[in-house]
Ligand binder design. Structure first.
Ligand code: KG4
Ligand code: ZN
Length: 338
């Protein structure tokens, strides 16, 4: 019962074919990084136009590598939101067209929920309740997974997302886009203790995040030291900033874990590719005696395999999957399935 999944929420055109298991038969991700790099961030209009140009090819390639024709697909899945509305609509319309033509069910998928599903892609059982930290370019959120396919939002960022803060500082220093991987590379040889960053403190007991303070502190350091891409202390500065972002994430995860006492911890989203964050997360889980679930790096950043895996799980749980042509794209976060 193969499923074809499509993901076009931001600047990756992605398609994947999966069998139940989940077994990934193919997963294609076409990045638009080169198109947006000169602007230091994603230009929505350029993103949707490029999705339009690429989607046919990417879906065709996913099918070809899975050695299947579209008529052999049993259900179609597509990211509905949150994301860039113009980009989402390209994937959604394409998926609707396929599902309608072949008269097969169409499953609308939430992007953050799909990021969390990436933790299940390895096929290993995840002990519940689980606490999931979703760290992407647009979102930094903490969810409680009490049961399979049930999520409760415990905290979210009040301003910038962690990935956004990394991207913005990289842009300010002219280091390129996306900022996270560039910072990771340049920071590798740096001393993370060299520059001091105070961690954000919430005045209430909430599990929300905030990264605008860290970003402002970084901009102040840049001004005070004349930091630039050619500065000798650039690796130290970037290592210190990256480490501060990691500390802020793990600190809030820690407070969440104290409250929830989860059986396992999940780390996902594009920033979960970060080596420093992965190491800190694994250490935290080990010390707390929790299972740690970390998708392989290629399934942390946007991809369609996670979308297909979630669709399979949903199809398994639903009695009568439908061809819902009224599915609409949504730009902002609305997931609330508790
Ligand atoms: O989940 P994702 O692919 O797209 C969104 O849903 O936003 O996440 C993209 C984010 C970007 O902010 C990018 O800088 C960050 O993930 N990222 C990283 C790394 N690779 C990607 N951040 C830190 N270290 C990395 N290695
Ligand atoms: Zn994402």
């Amino acid at each position: 019962m193969p499923v074809l999944a499509i993901e076009t929420s931001c600047d990756e055109t992605a398609a994947a074919v999966l069998d139940p298991g989940p077994k990934i038969l193919s997963s294609i991700v076409l990045s638009q990084d080169k198109i947006h790099a000169p602007y230091g961030g994603v230009v929505p209009e350029l993103a949707s136009r490029r999705h339009l140009q690429s989607i046919g090819y990417v879906v065709g390639e996913a099918l070809r590598r899975a050695a299947l024709t579209p008529g052999q697909i049993d259900a179609f899945a597509v990211t509905q939101g949150p994301g860039l509305i113009g980009s989402l609509l390209v994937g959604l319309s394409f998926a609707k067209g396929l599902a309608y033509y072949f008269q097969k069910p169409l499953v609308g998928i939430d992007h953050l929920e799909a990021h969390m599903e990436a933790a299940f892609l390895a096929g290993q059982p995840v002990a519940l309740p689980a606490l999931a930290l979703v760290v992407s370019g647009g979102h930094t959120s903490l969810f409680l997974l009490k049961r399979r396919l049930r999520y409760r939002l415990l905290g979210r960022t009040r301003d910038d997302a962690a990935g956004e803060a990394l991207d913005k500082i990289a842009k300010y220093l002219g280091l390129g886009y996306p900022g996270g991987p560039v910072i990771q590379k340049l920071a590798a040889a740096g001393d993370p203790e060299k520059f001091r960053f105070a961690l954000p403190r919430m005045k209430d007991a909430s599990l929300d995040f905030s990264f605008s303070g860290l970003k402002t502190a970084a901009l102040r350091w840049i001004g005070e030291t004349g930091m630039s891409r050619r500065h000798r202390a650039l690796p130290d500065f970037l290592a210190s900033f990256e480490a501060a972002v990691v500390r802020a994430l793990i600190e809030t995860l820690g407070r969440g874990a104290e409250r929830i006492k989860p059986a396992s911890l999940i780390l996902c989203g594009g920033v979960a590719r970060n080596r420093r964050l992965r190491a800190a997360f694994e250490q935290f889980a080990r010390e707390g005696g929790c299972e740690a679930h970390l998708p392989p790096p290629e399934f942390c950043t946007d991809n369609a395999a996670m979308v297909g895996a979630l669709a399979l799980e949903r199809l398994r749980a639903s009695k009568r999957p439908r061809l819902d042509l009224d599915l609409d794209a949504y730009p902002r976060f609305i997931l609330a399935r508790a």
